[in-house]
Structure formats: structure tokens, C-alpha cells
Write a protein that binds this ligand. Sequence first.
Ligand SMILES: Cc1ncc(COP(=O)(O)O)c(C=O)c1O
Length: 388
Amino acid sequence: MSIRELDERYVAGTYRRFPVEIVAGKGSVVTDAAGKDYIDLGSGIAVTAFGAADDEWVRAVSEQAAKIQHTSNLYYTEPCARLAQQLCLRTGMEKVFFSNSGAEANECAIKAARKYAAERHGPEAYTVITLKNSFHGRTLTTLAATGQDRFHELFRPLTPGFVSVEAGDLDAVKAAAAAARPAAVMIECIQGEGGVIPLDPAYVRALRAWTEDNDVLLLVDEVQTGNGRTGKLYAYMNYGVRPDVVSTAKGLAGGLPLGATLLGEKVKDVFGPGDHGSTFGGNPVCCAAALSVLSRLDDALLDGVARKGRRLVERFTGAAGIRSVSGMGLMLGLATERPAGEVVSELIGRGVLCLTAKDKVRLLPALNIPDDLLERAAGTILDVCAGR
Ligand SMILES: Cc1ncc(COP(=O)(O)O)c(C=O)c1O
């Protein structure tokens, strides 16, 4: 059997894969089993922050793997403690809980909010208000948080206590809060899976003010937008607000599974021993990888992300076959005249890997993608969108 046949026979059918078997990569170029190279503008859905098999990342991971790969959370380890410190120093948050994925990072954020609200406002204050068109994960609770019914239908009953309201409408948040005492409001600053749609800055600031005034926690899901993706360390930093809880994953460890829930002043001590946990969370190899990634997300790198993003927006805006461009930094969505799926399939044939997000073509290249590769890939995208 070929690898494709084996996969289709034995791997649960939850993914619609592209007809490409990737066997290797270096930086922003990945290679398939037939030896064909592709410029990678997807980075494993915003995960390989510095591309494939990046030398520094490989060194950090291998050095830690050769020392010890896992200890359990019954013991202290240096990478976990130092990573938590770095995340707090870089954000002003106070404590970190480590898990393995974006969904788990959000689960922890929700548990923190519910415990805080129950202690402060009583057991009825458990509702989490989320936004329509959001995406927060695939567990039953994060599906409940996800404001898109198409993900819910086959899996009811979902965790109760979630309500979603239109993005950009603060009155809708107030109405939801009047109907059921909320613990938190949870947002993505840029809805990623929802089609790369940034929230309006005035709305985010007004929402932050309202949540503060009402002691409702603001949870910001930075699973996709975080770790340098938008040209700031976290996307909320583009909005001039500081959340109570930040959840992140994807690019944090540059290609290994690591989720982090950053707890601000109000919730820093909400968890005590036994309240939450994870066998693999804070694994030393993953944390060593993340420490290496984080140490490279300096001002020069972040400015480069913003500059590359602006350059792409310039090239794509008004181009033939492209209706609009959305997003920030190296998280961009193109509304194309041709169906996005068709554009992405044709791009694969021409050696460029992109993603879709709803009806958009989505670009999430490595943060350090060289300018020449990015220009070349952008040229191919322009050709395909224009039908050339
Ligand atoms: C904003 C957001 N939150 C949560 C998730 C879920 O992350 P994971 O697949 O790591 O559980 C995703 C994944 O795409 C996401 O984009």
C-alpha cells in the first residue's frame, strides 16, 4: 500500500488531506515524497514559527531531549520555570499553566474564569460570552465556546453556559450579561478559522473597559494570532488592552505540542493543587523549544513580520482576481474571485502551499521567511488569482 492508501485505510477520517506527502523541509521550503519542493506559506497552520528543521530550534530540542525528555509535573524542571518567567516578563501576566494544545489552553482559561467568578460572584456567575464566527477548539467545552453552529450539530449536548453574540456589538454583550450573569468574555483579536477577520480596535477597547467595570474577565484566545504572528508578540498588543487571561499554543514551541494559559493579576492564584493538571503539560523538550522560539521573537524579528505583511498587502490589494485582503502581519486572508479551495489546489501544483479559512485563501508563513521566497510565492498567488 502507498502511504496515502495506508493513511486512508488506518487513520480516522477527520481530515480532508491535500494529495501531498511531505517528507522533509528546511526553513520555508518543504519537500514531498517525489522530491518536489514547495514554498510553505502555511507553516503547519501557524506552528513552525521559524520554518522546518530550523537549526537553532533543532539544537534546542535535541539538547534537551538528550538530557531528559519528560519528568512529570511532580518535579521541578528548568525549561518549564524559565519559560513561564519569560512569558510573564514579556506580557505583564503573572502565572502560566502549561498544556499541550490550543483547545486545552482555552479549557484552562475557562476553568480559571469559572472558579474566579464563582468565588467572587457566586455559583450562578458561570456564563462565558463568546463571539459569533469564533473558533476556540474541538473539545466539547471549546466547541461550546466556538460561535459557529456547524461545529456543534453532531455533538450535542455541549458544555452548558456559553452564549455567542455578534462581534463588534457591545450592546449585545451587555444584553447577554443581563440575561445570564457572566464569568468572562472570550475573543480572538483576529478570527482566524472564521476567515481572518480582525476585530475593530474601538470595540475591543470598549469591551475591555466594560469587562473591567463589571468584574467580568476578558479572555483572549491567542492560539493562532500569538507568538509574533501579527507583528507583536501577542495580537492584543496591537489593540492597547491587557486581558485577564491569554491562551496560546500553535507557534509557541515552533512545532512541538505546547499550550500555555497566561493568568493575569485577578486570577494568578485562582488554582491550587489538584484544581487542574496535565501529564505532558510543561514537558521540558517542548518548553526548551519554546524558550528558543521566544528568545528570537525580538523587536527586529517582529518589525520584519509587520514589514513583510505590509508588503504582501500592498502587492495583493487591487490585484486581478483578489477582492480584498484582511489580517495583520503574517496572518492574511485573501477574498478571491475564484473559489479559495480551487486557488489553493492550483497553487500546490505550482509549488506553493497555502491554506483556506472559510471562503478565503489564508497565508501563515514562517515568521522568518526570506523576502525572496515570499516575493516568489506572492507572484505565483497573483498569477493563479488572475487566472494566468
Ligand atoms: C483561535 C484558535 N483557538 C483554538 C484552536 C484550537 O487549537 P488546537 O487545535 O491546538 O487544539 C485553534 C486552532 O485552529 C485556533 O485557531
